[in-house]
Design a protein. Structure first.
Length: 444
């Protein structure tokens, strides 16, 4: 039977080789690499370097490894603080490869199993569903043209030009929030129309881990020197190496989230090159807020995968995942997007709970009782993250993601989902970025 530790029984060299990494060698004997951040990009880079004979030290500011992969099993089912789905679980997706190799149980979430309730709490009519579908497909076609035309406006501004009536339509605002703001991780007023849809995706319908996303971390952590509760405040670099918090090394990999770089919490000596600092300033870093409510019994249709609720302000608990479709627990997972996410992040848990319950009661009324368990996220308030994931902000460019791909002084490297535009905001993008950096050091 599969257990959460079974991945450790796999030979780590053969495991990573099966993911497409290079053959084992000892060509980095005597080389020390310090990785700042124990998220999946840092772990992937560290593991690859370790296999090539390097001494790897991972410094992690938090008290756990995994970064934005963090699972809480206290409800008897996984509450994913961060990453929740394998997006595009094709055989080419490295996260899917990890899941398959450790035989992690997954569940295919059905995007078509969706019931949406209007502003008055009643289910949409067939005509209203058709209206949503037609509007979304039509807008996507028009917005894709903005990619090629290099539009400098935000998605909201572009839609105001294309079909301003959508912004005044409650159903239109809902679909833009639930479909676009959720996917990209920011408000339509901040997302670049030209770059929002220019990235790449793997094929396949999204799946979740029924025993927790963090099950994929074990093989990546195996054998690594991970030092928790060790925040980094200074990185010095030069032609002869690096020094991180006073620890000398040959190379450093900075895999902290973009949100941390934006706060200048880490001093770089000398200061980072201008193009890199501009990228840090211009790229967006948004938030998505989650709340899991467990009830004694279900008051909703247990067979429906998702519930949409047309709410105001835009983005306020307007999309819900039903855990009863893959478990015996009566859990609804609510999400807030766009400009409402940081508002929700600043709420206390009790305030957030009442806010979310008010939305549920707008549909199910007095059937909505107090939950017996509540778990929630506050990503933009977490000092080690300051948000959930990167996005193409109005005024920025796709090239600014790629600026991070070049080392500074051939000694300081950057990794993370914000360093790879094609797969930004994803765990597979983060993992691929870590592997890319490791390869650059191995070949240096």
């Amino acid at each position: 039977m599969y257990t959460r530790r079974s991945a450790l029984k796999l030979g780590i060299a053969s495991f990573l080789a099966s993911l497409g990494s290079s053959v084992h060698s000892q060509d980095l004997d005597g080389t020390t690499v310090i990785v700042i951040g124990a998220g999946i990009s840092g772990l992937a880079a560290g593991q690859e370097l370790l296999r090539h004979g390097a001494k790897v030290i991972i410094l992690e500011a938090g008290d756990y490894a995994g970064g934005r992969i963090r699972t809480d099993m206290s409800m008897g089912v996984p509450f994913e603080y961060g990453a929740g789905w394998i997006h595009g679980p094709s055989s080419a997706n490295p996260i899917q490869k990890l899941a398959a190799l450790i035989k992690a149980p997954t569940f295919l979430t059905d995007d078509n199993s969706l019931e949406v309730f209007g502003p008055d709490g009643t289910p949409l009519t067939d005509a209203e569903y058709q209206h949503i579908d037609d509007t979304y497909e039509r807008l996507l076609r028009k917005l894709y043209l903005r990619v090629w035309n290099r539009d400098t406006k935000s998605i909201k501004e572009a839609i105001a030009d294309l079909e301003p009536e959508v912004l005044n339509d409650p159903l239109g605002r809902w679909l833009l929030s639930a479909f676009v703001e959720f996917d990209i991780g920011a408000g339509i007023e901040d997302i670049s129309a030209a770059n929002a849809f220019a990235d790449t995706a793997f094929e396949g319908d999204d799946v979740i881990f029924t025993e927790g996303y963090d099950t994929i971390l074990a093989p990546l952590m195996s054998g690594l020197d991970i030092r928790l509760s060790t925040p980094v405040n200074r990185i010095a670099y030069g032609d002869d190496g690096v020094t991180v918090n006073g620890i000398p090394a040959d190379y450093a990999i900075c895999s902290v989230p973009l949100g941390v770089l934006k706060t200048n919490a880490i001093e770089f000596d000398p200061p980072l090159p201008t193009d890199l600092q501009v990228a840090i300033d211009k790229l967006g870093f948004g938030s998505v807020t989650k709340i899991a409510l467990r009830f004694d019994k279900a008051f909703w249709d247990e067979k429906t995968q998702y519930f949409g609720i047309v709410t105001e302000p835009k983005g306020r608990w307007n999309y819900w995942l039903n855990y009863r479709t893959f478990s015996e627990e009566n859990v609804l997972l609510g999400l807030s997007f766009g400009s409402y996410a940081p508002i929700a992040d600043r709420m206390s848990q009790s305030e957030m709970t009442e806010d979310a319950l008010a939305v549920l009661r707008s549909v199910w009324g007095e059937h909505v009782v107090e939950p017996n368990t509540v778990l929630s996220t506050h990503w933009s308030e977490y000092p080690n993250f300051r948000g959930a994931y990167s996005y193409p902000q109005t005024g920025g460019s796709t090239e600014q993601f790629e600026v991070f791909g070049e080392p500074v002084a051939e000694r300081l490297f950057f990794a993370g989902e914000h360093t790879i535009f094609d797969y930004h905001s994803t765990t597979h993008g983060a993992l691929l970025s870590g592997r890319h950096v490791a390869t650059r050091i191995i070949e240096n």
